[in-house]
Design a protein around this ligand. Structure first.
Ligand SMILES: Nc1ncnc2c1ncn2[C@@H]1O[C@H](COP(=O)(O)OP(=O)(O)OP(=O)(O)O)[C@@H](O)[C@H]1O
Ligand SMILES: [Mg+2]
Length: 365
């Protein structure tokens, strides 16, 4: 029995270890639809947040065990994601080979040139982008004979990698929490599952967290651009502490009230120095994407916001006006069945739970 309904079937647990909190979402597969069994989150004490948490994996594991217990999680297996600021990712174009054994050395050779760490110190994972479907489509296009030949010769591969030392810390965290770790995913793929689904367009996901802002440009479900900057909601709180001589808790409350106070529909002044570098990063990512040889659509059509700081006052409107495009907050519960009376609470916490929702969905696809 989970918090919301009983399940005889297997459930799926997504665990997001963020900079300021640990979040868990447990889903059950009900005839192909995801049903929410339970969810929970634990705010980390300030001194334990950020990267510091990974220096004390035992403590992190105890935090995780606590949040699972408090939310009555039943699953014994879990899915998690590496923080994208710690993930190296690149897209390679490689000659097609029927023998998978031939591909690995090619990837390693390319990674040797690009990655920030020696290949033997990383755990890497490769996803073939050009499946049979993509090939079929190219073959039908008229006058695309040359493009087809190119496509037949080369395949695009998304390669992600992270330091082995970091991965072993995740393994220790889950061992301490007595959860068996099924797989380690990336935040980008989790957010694509939770917020984009089957949409094949060119879409930016902007994850405004506590310590970091991550942005991903996704084309046909594949993250072609992944970037992370060290600015987030905590930067706003810090500014409020300094400028308004408030303590941390009062500043956090005042920050959330910025939205309620309404203003005149424009971005509060205190948010401007935080939003400016984010806008610059978005524009830079648009350029990177447009100039990438391996992409097709080139122009991002909309931005989906997520992360707790997407609640900051007038941020969607500000970005929409500044960038002259459709910007809205995504709903990670859109493909999840849940009790109606939870709708208001789930809407409020949705932006914070999106990564965990997408992780729990992984094995259900
Ligand atoms: N209603 C709100 N208004 C403004 N900010 C909010 C609101 N609710 C949460 N936040 C902010 O959202 C942040 C937490 O968001 P989130 O849980 O997405 O971050 P995280 O995953 O822990 O961190 P990160 O992704 O940076 O590692 C905090 O800075 C918090 O102050
Ligand atoms: Mg986060």
């Amino acid at each position: 029995m989970g918090l919301f309904g009983s399940s005889k079937s297997k459930t799926f647990l997504g665990v997001d270890i963020g900079g300021s909190s640990i979040k868990v979402v447990e889903l059950a597969n009900e005839k192909g639809r995801a049903r929410l069994m339970t969810y929970g989150y634990l705010e980390l004490p300030a001194q334990d947040g950020g990267d510091g948490l990974f220096d004390q994996p035992k403590k992190a594991g105890e935090f995780l065990a606590r949040v699972c217990k408090e939310s009555d999680v039943k699953a014994t297996q879990a899915m998690t994601a590496l923080q994208s600021s710690n993930v190296f990712s690149t897209i390679l174009s490689l000659p097609k080979s029927k023998d998978p054994k031939m591909v690995k050395p090619l990837i390693d050779a390319e990674l040797g040139k690009l990655a920030p760490l020696p290949v033997n110190e990383m755990i890497t994972y490769s996803t073939m982008i050009d499946g049979e479907g993509a090939k079929g489509k190219a073959e039908k296009a008229e006058g695309a004979e040359k493009a087809k030949e190119e496509k037949d010769k080369y395949t695009r591969v998304l390669v992600t990698g992270a330091a082995k030392t970091l991965v072993s810390k995740y393994i220790e965290i889950f061992k301490t929490a007595k959860l068996s770790l099924q797989a380690i995913d990336t935040e980008s793929f989790a957010l694509i599952r939770a917020l984009i689904g089957k949409d094949k367009g060119a879409i930016m996901i902007l994850d405004l967290g506590s310590k970091r802002t991550n942005l991903f440009i996704v084309e046909k479900g594949i993250p072609f651009v992944s970037r992370s900057i060290n600015i987030g909601g905590d930067s706003v709180t810090k500014r409020m502490v300094e400028q308004m001589q408030l303590n941390e808790d009062d500043a956090e409350r005042a920050k959330r009230d910025l939205g309620i106070a309404g203003g005149n529909g424009t971005l509060p002044k205190i948010l401007e120095p935080i939003m400016q570098p984010i806008v610059n990063e978005i524009k830079f990512a648009f350029q990177l994407y447009a100039n990438m040889e391996l992409t097709e659509l080139k122009r991002v059509e909309k931005i989906i916001l997520t992360g707790g700081s997407s609640h900051l006052a007038h941020v969607p409107e500000y970005l929409s006006e500044t960038l002259n495009m459709n910007v809205y907050r995504g709903d990670p519960w859109a493909r999840v069945v849940y009790p109606k009376d939870l709708a208001v609470v789930l809407e409020e916490i949705g932006p914070r739970m999106a990564v965990a929702v997408g992780l729990a969905m992984r094995e259900m696809e």
